[in-house]
Design a protein around this ligand. Structure first.
Ligand SMILES: *Cc1c(COP(=O)(O)O)cnc(C)c1O
Length: 460
């Protein structure tokens, strides 16, 4: 498959280039040249297939011809060995029509493992083929940093550098990032907030003096991550739908997870209505109501991985809805950066509303949902998942409704205690994390100083 930019610099790129670069050279996001429904006979081959079969096939389609199917298959099998549930992404039935899709059986107990474990394998193999070294760098508000550190720890030809805002991630989240013993993992607690960390990463990417670090971005705009996530929507929709469409409600921040569901639907799989849920940072629900995207101040909530005002993958949804009008996409993104807002035309908004709906869930509603689900079903929900479960209860959707359970509740024990009076049982994986010594350094929110430090350590 060939890829080009949502902002239309006119060049096309292979999968390997999108894997290692993350962002297109013109600042846009990579999108496939086309996504068409698979032939019915191909799709029926997936019915009853296990997770590994679906993942191997679908990733190989997007990675061809750069990466051989056999190499993809080997990477998928190694990645899957890090997951603890035999079904990988099991369903749990809540009541007659509502289900959870548990996406927290990877090493860091959040859905990001379902992409980053695979991307870690793919990047390591690609760097070996190209005979070079790279530094994976990411800014995190919590879950991405842990998943990236776990995905790249101990790999050849790769160093990983994670920046987190000092004092603004949960203790579990911090420990997951800082207790890995591997020499190729570095973690910095930055004096600032998540936006400061993100700004440092962006500054390093355009800094010519940082070129020797060979920086690679694995934030959620990396197309390969979306590809890996398509697998669980295909697998889930075929398991639950019995041929009919399955509706999904997805707790959303950067719009990567729900976009993967839309890709599964574009490939012809039985994905029905797609509903995104947000917390009090309701920039997307407001957009779907009015057609105006307007950034406001980010509010700190009990669901920190959704505390976002700029939903970076939404650029891809806009590109699809504007039918590939790269001039319009470029202008909207410019306005969002410079004027903090943009408005779309009614046709584009109409096409987006045909594919997605958006609902907000207040903090009080999320806590109430956590309490009620626990009372009625015995299930603890993480505070992100609760926003979607709330929507599943209140919306009137036809057919099965699946709530994407994006993190294990034990990552957020304070929220569970507040909602239910109890802490969720801690999976064995976390016991070790809570005991192990931590390793991280404090650093000022100064990209130049960090670059000098990293260069010095690379040369040493
Ligand atoms: C990252 C994350 C989200 C948001 O996912 P996006 O793909 O950014 O929309 C939701 N819930 C949890 C637990 C997360 O870690």
């Amino acid at each position: 498959m060939k890829y080009h930019s949502t902002r239309g610099d006119g060049t096309s790129h292979g999968f390997a280039a999108t894997l290692l670069a993350g962002l297109a050279p013109d600042g846009g996001l990579f999108v496939p040249e086309r996504i068409e429904p698979l032939a019915a006979s191909t799709r029926s081959d997936f019915v009853g297939a296990d997770y590994a079969t679906v993942a191997r096939d679908i990733i190989a389609r997007f990675a061809a011809p750069d990466i051989e199917p056999a190499a993809v298959a080997a990477s998928v099998d190694r990645a899957l060995s890090a997951f603890t549930h035999p079904a990988i992404a099991p369903h749990k039935q809540l009541d007659q029509d509502r289900w959870l899709l548990e996406l927290f059986h990877g090493p860091t107990l959040a859905f990001k493992d379902y992409a980053l474990q695979f991307v870690g394998e793919l990047i390591e193999q690609q760097l070996k083929r190209e005979g070079r070294h790279a530094t994976v760098i990411c800014a995190t508000s919590g879950d991405t940093g842990a998943a990236a550190a776990a995905a790249f720890a101990g790999r050849e030809n790769i160093s990983v550098v994670v920046l987190h805002p000092a004092g603004r991630v949960s203790e579990v989240q911090r420990r997951q990032m800082t207790t890995l013993p591997h020499a190729n993992v570095a973690n910095f607690a930055i004096d600032g907030d998540f936006d400061d960390c993100q700004a440092m990463v962006k500054a390093l990417f355009v800094d010519p003096e940082a070129a020797a670090l060979n920086l690679t971005a694995v934030n959620s705009i990396n197309w390969a991550r979306i590809t890996c996530q398509v697998a669980y929507y295909i697998w889930s929709s075929l398991r639950l739908g019995g041929g009919g469409p399955v509706n999904y409600i997805v707790p959303t921040g950067n719009f990567g997870n729900i976009l993967a569901a839309d890709v599964a639907r574009r490939l012809g799989f039985p994905v029905g209505r797609l509903v995104l849920s947000s917390n009090d940072n309701d920039v997307l629900p407001r957009f779907f109501e009015t057609g105006r995207m307007e950034r406001r101040e980010t509010r700190q909530t009990i669901s920190p991985s959704m505390d976002i005002q700029v939903s970076s993958n939404f650029e891809r949804a806009l590109w699809f809805a504007a039918e590939g009008d790269t001039t319009a996409v470029t202008e909207w993104q410019r306005a969002l950066t410079e004027d903090r807002a943009f408005d779309v035309d009614t046709e584009t908004l109409g096409r987006l509303r045909e594919r997605f709906s958006a609902v907000r869930c207040t903090e009080a509603e999320a806590l109430e949902e956590m309490a009620r689900t626990w009372r009625e079903t015995g299930e603890m929900l993480c505070p992100h998942t609760a926003t979607a479960a709330h929507a599943a209860r209140t919306l009137d959707l036809e057919g099965p409704v699946v709530v994407a359970a994006t993190a294990h509740p034990a990552k957020f024990p304070d929220a569970s205690r507040k909602a239910t009076g109890h802490e969720p049982p801690r999976p064995e994986l976390l016991e070790a994390v809570m005991e192990a010594p931590e390793r991280y350094r404090h650093h000022a929110a100064d990209a130049g100083a960090l670059r000098d430090l990293l260069l010095e350590e690379t040369q040493a």
